[in-house]
Design a protein around this ligand. Structure first.
Ligand SMILES: NC(=O)c1ccc[n+]([C@@H]2O[C@H](COP(=O)([O-])OP(=O)(O)OC[C@H]3O[C@@H](n4cnc5c(N)ncnc54)[C@H](O)[C@@H]3O)[C@@H](O)[C@H]2O)c1
Length: 414
């Protein structure tokens, strides 16, 4: 079998574009495919349509060297990496339509011998589903290895941390689960080109579950901290001090509470397990419910404080789902700002998010929400609510808050 030389990455978002860039800077010929022509156009200019440290340098360098290009039409290649969204639907079940669309775009260009890796976070069985779909569309191909018409299919979940993607892509361990041993081996060969971490081989079902379990583990532990924070408020004790003290136990390591859990991973992936095992996944479901209830709890706390003002002015610091990034997806902060604006129509809400130029559409549409810079927002506010521990919020001079009512959901100004 010849070594993989050309790779197509389907989906040029937060995961696909860094992966495409890192493969290209490690000597592979990479084509990025995206349905969004603005993204394609940006990548071909060497630009990155979102914020991720060091990514632009990689993309610009790879494009300049002729190793990376982008297009809306899937070309043929030795390997395909699918990194399209996997959101959940109305009943928290995984929406696999993007994976299906990606598979449908790949199937016609296959010649036999290709590796197809699903990187999207997927419910158990999605890799098999993708493979079945491709084989239905291309009955001339087979999963039986080592034949001219063989294809190789694997799942390789991604666990990079936004903000550190270009480092963690290289340093993190990877899990690869092939539909057969040959698929795992072939995928390992590809990822070894840039991954310095250990590569662990397993089957596709276990690989799919591993990613979901990692995020569910985080979600359950954060839910514990969030539940503690609400109990502590009722008991009138400082949850941060409580956790600090409890963590002196040599085998206790409680996480920090916050305004809720956001992003498209921890807030989403546990539901895929709940959907796969609704009778069994009681703890996982309860954790989701605790974390999902936290934004409404924070909103209520702010509203209680706002009662004393006829026209409260509220500075809300942070809209992203975690510090120092521009990703607002599934962000509890965004939900809190939206709720506050709707429930307090006489209030002025000053949203402070240094990583975006404009408000997301649902906030933009609200007459009492504006995007402000940190100092002017705090200056003009009666109430300051810290929702995201962005560096600029952590560094904010505490003495400027002296006259304000402060609600600090991240405990950074203690
Ligand atoms: N962002 C993260 O930190 C992260 C971490 C681990 C895993 N994941 C998983 O990786 C997957 C991708 O996430 P993301 O954050 O990169 O999403 P994203 O929304 O940033 O990017 C997805 C891209 O795919 C494109 N796309 C959609 N359908 C397509 C199709 N049929 N063909 C070509 N392009 C298509 C979109 O236009 C978009 O540019 C998801 O399953 C996500 O859960 C994300």
């Amino acid at each position: 079998m010849t070594a993989i030389q050309s790779v197509v990455v389907v989906g040029l978002g937060y995961i696909g574009l860094p992966t495409a860039a890192i493969l290209a800077t490690h000597g592979l010929d990479v084509t990025g495919v995206d349905v969004n022509s603005n993204t394609v156009e940006a990548v071909n200019r060497g630009a990155v349509p979102f914020v991720e440290p060091d990514l632009e340098v990689h993309v610009a360098g790879a494009v300049q060297q002729g190793r990376l290009q982008a297009t809306t039409l899937t070309p043929s290649a030795d390997a395909f990496i699918v990194a399209v969204p996997t959101p959940f639907g109305d009943h928290h079940e995984a929406d696999l339509s993007y994976i299906r669309a990606a598979a449908e775009s790949i199937a016609p260009v296959l010649k036999g011998g290709e590796l197809i890796v699903l990187e999207s976070t997927s419910p158990p069985g999605a890799t098999r589903m993708m493979s079945d779909l491709i084989l239905r569309l291309r009955p001339d191909l087979t999963l039986e290895p080592n034949r001219a018409e063989s294809i190789y299919v694997a799942h390789c979940p991604e666990r990079v941390l936004p903000g550190r993607v270009m480092i963690e892509l290289v340093t993190n361990d990877r899990i690869i689960g092939g539909l057969n041993g040959e698929s795992s081996q072939r995928a390992k060969e590809l990822y070894s080109r840039f991954c310095k971490g250990a590569i662990h081989l397993t089957d596709s079902l276990t690989a799919e579950m591993a990613k979901l379990v990692e995020n569910s583990y985080r979600d359950v532990n954060i839910a514990f901290a969030n539940e503690l924070s609400m109990i502590s408020d009722d008991l009138n004790i400082d949850v941060w001090r409580l956790i600090e003290l409890a963590n002196h136990h040599p085998r206790v390591n409680i996480l920090q509470p916050g305004p809720g859990v956001g992003g498209h991973c921890i807030a989403v992936d546990p539901w895929f397990i709940v959907a796969a095992a609704p009778e069994r996944a009681n703890l996982i479901r309860a954790a989701r419910q605790v974390n999902d209830s936290k934004p409404a709890y924070v909103t209520k706390r702010v509203m209680d404080k706002a009662q004393r003002f006829l026209e409260p002015r509220i500075a809300v610091l942070g809209l992203a789902f975690k510090p120092d990034i521009d990703d607002l997806r599934e962000s509890p902060a965004r939900e809190i700002v939206n709720d506050l604006a709707l429930k307090l129509p006489t209030a002025s809400i000053f949203a402070v998010e240094p990583h975006v130029q404009k408000l997301p559409p649902e906030l933009e549409a609200l007459p009492n929400v504006s995007l402000r810079d940190l100092h002017s927002a705090v200056d003009d506010a009666d109430i300051v609510v810290l929702l995201v521990d962005h560096t600029q919020n952590k560094d904010f001079a505490r003495n400027l808050l002296n006259e304000k009512i402060v609600i600090d959901t991240k405990g950074v100004w203690r």
